[in-house]
Design a protein around this ligand. Structure first.
Ligand SMILES: Nc1ncnc2c1ncn2[C@@H]1O[C@H](COP(=O)(O)OP(=O)(O)OP(=O)(O)O)[C@@H](O)[C@H]1O
Length: 545
């Protein structure tokens, strides 16, 4: 929290801001009046006028095509916070826990959490899961997370939207008090009552052109009917563009950084807590492999790998479904992971979060569960005589294959989860990903019998490589040679599918897992950009009181 009387502060202003998106101009010639510590700037305008975009430009999250944002801050005082419109706290966690993880991630003292909660009037609901909080409490929770970093410059995108007039008034009053401690506050709002509590107000006219600007009293004087509402569609002359002036060398990020290792540890801890607090998800995570294993145990006959009386076709099916089970475990775990918390991820990326530790934390928590599921699958099937009685090395080979198949599928799931926007879309993707893994695995139509197109597609199917590695590990060819006419027919149709050593399949599966994780990382880097402060910061002496 900023301490009253501290003489550090940030001054912000902007000139000639212009921005084009999707081929059209969304902001042009916007000037932002100078605001400093202790002041609140309200940005107003109709829906779609460009308030959020301007806020992002001011916060250094977007580069304007024209114009300049300047921030005057004493050395080391440019700590900023950005509170977006979306819900940005993990809903399953108790509020206090969510804030403590946010503090650890930012490298700030979790001991600050009770202070921040009290300050925002959230002490009484600190132990409630975030999903049970009211809209107004969630907004304050969102602000609380940013306050943990003790920002000197705080941006808030529509902090009062969805609140009743009293709750909205209380929130803006709180922001006023916060500004009084030396923080510079910039907020967007739709509510004229909020604007009356600001020191300065800037209107953006429809289509992103400049509107009137001044103190609330000046604006009320200038209004044709004495109301702020009348100014929503008013336009003033745009500031001349400063072509090419937008790009400034990027100063270092303002938020305190935590090391990659520490982020990984904090994020892994949070993943575990999320699983513990979201009991239904935890039950599905543990229960779905158990159900699938039980179905396999009921489906397969015992003794199909008996070298004296083998059932060649049945043995191929057992190995295929084991490969598919391992694939399904990984995919089902990976798909819901990222899309359900994109808003949280975006926000954390704007402060400190690194994507490497984030993805690694997912693997750290889900990996052991997957390994356990794969091991249980093999142990149960062997105990029920659905797998061959063989040397330990054979079982190690089968386990290695299933583990790598699960990890490749987990990486595929994380990748797709990063690409979609909502869990409902992830659910739609699930069958689309499973179908080709069945069709082109080479189990039902052996690879040598596929059309050329199918053979090419099968190369990209991790299930094919898992199936072949399992067949090689279990030495299907030898089993089939002793399997009479059926065995010889299968040997002819599968040709050399199981002729390659198992490690060949392992290498492909490991390569797929790494490649897909890199793709997931790239997708997230594009969709959740890290804050790059392109503000033209000027070192300054003591800020104005
Ligand atoms: N990525 C984008 N590509 C193209 N157009 C965009 C993009 N993001 C925003 N816009 C457009 O820019 C305009 C301004 O959007 P912005 O979100 O800033 O509006 P706003 O004033 O915050 O609206 P609201 O009050 O409804 O939240 C809108 O017309 C929007 O459709």
């Amino acid at each position: 929290m900023a301490r009253a009387g501290e003489h550090v502060g940030v001054e912000l202003s902007a000139h000639g801001i212009g921005l084009r998106l999707g081929g059209s101009t969304v902001l042009s010639g916007i000037a932002v009046p100078r605001v400093g510590p202790g002041q609140v700037l309200g940005v107003a305008g109709g829906s779609g006028a460009g308030k959020t975009l301007l806020l992002e430009v001011l916060a250094g999250l977007r580069t304007p095509d024209t114009g300049r944002v300047s921030v005057q801050a004493p050395p080391d005082a440019l700590r900023y916070g950005f509170v977006p419109q979306d819900d940005i706290v993990h809903r399953a966690l108790p509020l206090r826990t969510a804030l403590e993880y946010a503090a650890r991630l930012r490298g700030t003292d979790p001991g600050e959490v009770p202070l921040v909660l009290e300050e925002l009037g959230l002490g009484a609901v600190a132990e409630q899961p975030v999903r049970t909080l009211s809209g107004g409490q969630r907004k304050r929770a969102s602000i609380a997370i940013e306050l943990l970093s003790r920002p000197r410059l705080l941006f808030l995108d529509e902090p009062t939207s969805g609140l009743d007039p009293l709750a909205g008034a209380q929130l803006t009053e709180y922001l006023r008090r916060l500004a009084g401690t030396g923080v510079t506050v910039v907020l967007t709002t739709h509510t004229p009552a909020d604007l009356l509590r600001c020191d300065r107000v800037l209107f953006i006219a429809p289509t992103g052109r400049p509107g009137p600007s001044g103190t609330p009293a000046e604006l009320l004087d200038a209004s044709p009917d004495g109301t702020l509402e009348a100014l929503y569609s008013a336009e003033t002359a745009p500031e001349p563009h400063e072509e090419g002036a937008a790009e400034e060398p990027a100063p270092p990020a303002a938020a305190p950084a935590t090391g990659a290792l520490r982020q990984w540890a904090v994020l892994s801890g949070r993943e575990v807590r999320l699983l513990r607090h979201d009991r239904l998800t935890a039950a599905i995570t543990v229960g779905s492999p158990l159900i699938i294993i039980a179905m396999f145990a009921l489906l397969f006959r015992p003794g199909v790998f008996d070298p004296d009386h083998p059932s060649p076709a049945a043995s191929a099916m057992v190995l295929f479904w084991i490969a598919f089970g391992a694939f399904f475990f990984g995919l089902a775990y990976g798909l819901p992971q990222i899309c359900g918390e994109l808003a949280v991820l975006r926000r954390e990326r704007r402060t400190v979060l690194r994507l490497g530790p984030y993805l690694l934390a997912k693997l750290t928590v889900l990996g052991p569960v997957l390994l356990l599921a794969d091991a249980l699958l093999l142990v149960v099937l062997r105990a029920l005589d659905r797998l061959p009685e063989a040397a330990v090395s054979v079982h190690v080979s089968l386990f290695t294959t299933t583990a790598l198949a699960s990890f490749a599928a987990l990486a595929l799931g994380l990748c797709c989860s990063a690409l979609v926007s909502e869990p409902s879309q992830a659910a739609l993707v699930l069958p689309l990903l499973c179908f080709p893994q069945v069709l082109f695995s080479g189990a039902f139509v052996p690879v040598p019998g596929m059309a050329a197109g199918g053979r090419w597609i099968s190369v990209a199917m991790t299930n094919r490589w898992a199936f072949e590695a399992l067949g090689s590990g279990a030495d299907l060819e030898r089993l089939w040679r002793g399997g009479g006419t059926e065995g010889r027919a299968l040997l002819a149709s599968y040709a050399d599918s199981f002729g390659r050593p198992a490690w060949y399949g392992w290498a492909v599966l490991a390569g797929c897992a790494v490649g897909l994780l890199v793709v997931a990382w790239l997708v997230l880097r594009h969709r959740c950009p890290a804050a790059r402060h392109r503000l033209s910061r000027t070192a300054a002496g003591p800020a104005r009181p």
